[in-house]
Unconditional design. Structure first.
Ligand SMILES: [Zn+2]
Length: 299
């Protein structure tokens, strides 16, 4: 007993007095409040403004930024703080960004019990040729596993999703929409980027609810090591919730596809939502751009 107290006393003197704060501090250094949200908007505008003024961007950085559309929302109020996105109200294909909506609609009809699935890659219709192996809902969101969502939507119809989609301000899938459209593959279920961003804010507000809990956990894991891993890498710490998507390009000049990212930060109590579309690149690359933009915001 004496030895234990002696060790405790020694440790108390050896450890710096502020260690508990260091150990238990939130990983995020972002101060909550409207000042941060306003300065985030100013920093992004400052980043894009010099390039927007020249119609023929010459620098490499401006050429890259010219491929980027973005919306920055106040996560508390849904207010658009900054945007560079022509017609953000117009519905376009958003790829796998619909997966969380589909997953929640499935849960509502199945007592929030989600199946486990073996993704066999190309053989089971996944974008990752070698497959994701054993997948449950959280990992399916983390890796945006098409095989899992093909399985989940095999028996679903538009009517299963319509009430939830509409309650979140989204469009219902067309009545004849195929199961793969409900899984976020193809162009048949289109949504306005602005409304999709707002729907994610509502999802994150419901993060303690069944189904949503696993989805939000999957978004945290996506930023750490899934399809959104470039976001945390650019930030230098695990501090975001991310969902990625790739969809056919809908604007000029045409490219095969555009990468989409929705990122909320900080992960524990989001202050801002950044939605990015990068022209002609896969979503994992768009995640890198979103991560760089978020890093600029917190710098
Ligand atoms: Zn897969």
């Amino acid at each position: 007993m004496k030895t234990i107290s002696l060790i405790a006393v020694v440790i108390l003197f050896v450890l710096p007095p502020d260690l508990p704060e260091i150990l238990f501090a939130d990983a995020s250094t972002i101060p909550p409040g409207s000042l941060f949200r306003q300065s985030a908007a100013r920093k992004l505008e400052r980043e894009f403004a010099p390039c927007a003024e020249s119609s023929e961007p010459t620098s490499q950085k401006c050429r890259q930024l010219s491929r980027v559309s973005f919306l920055l929302l106040d996560a508390r109020t849904g207010t658009v703080l900054a945007s560079q996105w022509p017609n953000p109200e117009a519905p376009i294909p958003l790829g796998s960004l619909v997966k969380p909506i589909t997953a929640l609609a499935y849960g509502e009809r199945h007592q929030f019990r989600y199946p486990t699935h073996i993704c066999r890659g190309a053989k089971s219709g996944c974008w990752l040729a070698r497959g994701h192996g054993k997948v449950e809902l959280t990992t399916a969101i983390e890796y945006s596993c098409n095989s899992y969502f093909r399985m989940l939507t095999a028996e679903m119809t538009s009517a299963d999703i319509a009430p939830l989609a509409v309650s979140l301000g989204l469009r219902a899938p067309d009545p004849g929409a195929s199961p793969i459209a409900l899984a976020g593959i193809g162009v048949d279920w289109q949504n306005s980027p602005l409304r999709m961003a707002a729907a994610y804010l509502e999802l994150v507000r419901r993060r303690e609810q069944p189904g949503v809990r696993q989805i939000v956990a999957g978004m945290g894991q996506s930023a750490e090591h899934g399809t959104g891993a470039e976001v945390d890498r650019a930030l230098g710490r695990a501090d975001a919730l991310v969902k990625t998507g790739t969809a056919p390009c809908t604007h000029a000049p045409r490219a095969p596809g555009d990468g989409f990212v929705i990122a909320l930060m900080p992960a524990s109590d989001p202050q801002i939502l950044l939605m990015v579309r990068e022209h002609g690149v896969p979503s994992t690359q768009a995640a890198r751009t979103a991560g760089m933009m978020l890093r600029r915001i917190v710098e």
